[in-house]
Design a protein around this ligand. Structure first.
Ligand SMILES: C[S@@+](CC[C@H](N)C(=O)[O-])C[C@H]1O[C@@H](n2cnc3c(N)ncnc32)[C@H](O)[C@@H]1O
Length: 326
C-alpha cells in the first residue's frame, strides 16, 4: 500500500544519538508519533511536535511517512507471527495487507494465509503462500527457548506462550514432567530447563523431528523424546510423573486414564486442556473428577482457567488438577 510522505519539522541527530533523543522527546511530549523516523546516511530525522524556534535541537524540515495504524486495528485482522513467518487467516485483499506487513514489520519475512481452521490428528491448518520468501520453516523464540517450527506440517501457537510460562512458574526442580502431546516441544523445552526430567510424546513425524532438534538447540540433556501414540507410550511410564501436560483440546479426555496412571504413587498434577463454551465449564469439571475417581485416586483440588477465547462463545480452557492417592 503506497504511503505518501509529507514535510515535517524534525530533530536532525547523528544515528548513534537517535535512541537517546527519541526517548527524551517522548518524555518531554515533543515527539510527533503520527510520523515515522526517517534515516538518511548517518543521520536520523525525528518528527518534532514543538515550536520551530526551539533552540535545544537542530531542527530541519524533512519528508516523513505517516505511521500506519497497525494492520490488526485498521483491518480488524488477526495474525500470528511465528519466528519470522506471519500467518493470517485468509480474506479478500490479503495480498496488499501481506505486502504492507512485510514493509512495516522488519521481523516478518514470509506471509502465509490459513485457509482452514485447525484440524486432523496432527492439529494442522492448511496454509498457502502469499508474499515474501518461499519457505515454511523458522525458529521461534519464546521465554528464552528457541523452537524450530515448520508451520506447514506441525501445530504451533504463539498465543499459548503466557500459559506455558504460567506452568513453568508452578514446577519444582525435583519433578519429572510428562508432556503427552508435545508437538515441537514448547512446553517440554521450557519446563525441562527447570525440572529434573522431561518426557515428551509426539506422533506427528515432522513435529517429532523438530522436537528432537529443539532439545539439541536448547542444549538439554534431561529430555526423553518418544515417537508414537501417547496411548501406546504411556504404559511404559507408569508411576513416574509428578506432573502431566495434556494439551490436546477436544480429545484429552480419551487419554485421562493414561495420564493418571503415569502419576507417581504420591500423586501430582495434571494440566488438562480443552475447548468448551462457558455453560459447560461446570459439567467438564464434574466429568473429569468422576473419571479420576475411577482410578483409586482422588481429586484434591481442581481449578478451571480460561486460557484464551477460541471461537465465538468457545474458550480454550485448562483444568489444573491436583491428584492424590485415595
Ligand atoms: C494441540 S497440539 C499441542 C502441541 C504442543 N504441546 C503445544 O502446546 O504447542 C497437539 C499435538 O499432539 C500430537 N498428537 C495428537 N494425538 C496424539 C497422540 N495420540 N499421541 C501423541 N501425540 C499426539 C499432534 O500431532 C500435535 O502435535
Amino acid at each position: 500500500m503506497p504511503v505518501s510522505a509529507k514535510k515535517k519539522l524534525c530533530v536532525n541527530v547523528p544515528k548513534h544519538e537517535g535512541e537517546r533523543v527519541r526517548k527524551e522527546l517522548k518524555e518531554l511530549g515533543l515527539l510527533d508519533e503520527r510520523y515515522s523516523i526517517e534515516e538518511r546516511r548517518d543521520r536520523l530525522y525525528i518528527p518534532f511536535k514543538g515550536e520551530s524556534n526551539e533552540v535545544r535541537y537542530d531542527l530541519e524540515p524533512c519528508a516523513l511517512k505517516p505511521r500506519l495504524q497497525p494492520l490488526r486495528k485498521r483491518l480488524g485482522i488477526r495474525y500470528d507471527v511465528i519466528g519470522d513467518i506471519a500467518v493470517i487467516d485468509w480474506f479478500d485483499g490479503i495480498l496488499a495487507a501481506a505486502r504492507e506487513l512485510l514493509q512495516t514489520r522488519r521481523d516478518v519475512k514470509v506471509v502465509l494465509a490459513a485457509v482452514s481452521g485447525v484440524g486432523g490428528e496432527y492439529r494442522l491448518k492448511d496454509l498457502v503462500f502469499v508474499a515474501g520468501e518461499r519457505r515454511t520453516e523458522t525458529v521461534h523464540k519464546e521465554y528464552g527457548s528457541r523452537l524450530q517450527v515448520d508451520v506447514a506440517s506441525v501445530y504451533f501457537s504463539p498465543r499459548l506462550a503466557t500459559e506455558r510460562h504460567r506452568i513453568a512458574e508452578l514446577v519444582q526442580s525435583s519433578e519429572t514432567v510428562v508432556d503427552m502431546f508435545a508437538g515441537v516441544g514448547p512446553f517440554t523445552i521450557l519446563l525441562a530447563k527447570k525440572v529434573k526430567k522431561g518426557i515428551a510424546f509426539e506422533k506427528n513425524p515432522d513435529a517429532f523431528r523438530c522436537l528432537k532438534n529443539n532439545i539439541e538447540l536448547n542444549r538439554l540433556h534431561n529430555v526423553e523424546a518418544c515417537f508414537g501414540n501417547a496411548k501406546d507410550l504411556a504404559p511404559k511410564f507408569r508411576g513416574v510423573a509428578d506432573r502431566v501436560i495434556m494439551n490436546l483440546p477436544h480429545s484429552a479426555f480419551d487419554f485421562l486414564c493414561d495420564a493418571v496412571t503415569m502419576l507417581s504413587g504420591s500423586g501430582g498434577f495434571v494440566h488438562y486442556y480443552d475447548v468448551k463454551p462457558e455453560n459447560e465449564f461446570h459439567r467438564t469439571i464434574e466429568i473429569v473428577k468422576e473419571a479420576v475417581g475411577r482410578f483409586d485416586r482422588t481429586v484434591d483440588g481442581i481449578r478451571l482457567k480460561k486460557v484464551r477465547s477460541y471461537a465465538p462463545r468457545q474458550y480454550h480452557i485448562v483444568l489444573d488438577i491436583k491428584i492424590s492417592p485415595r
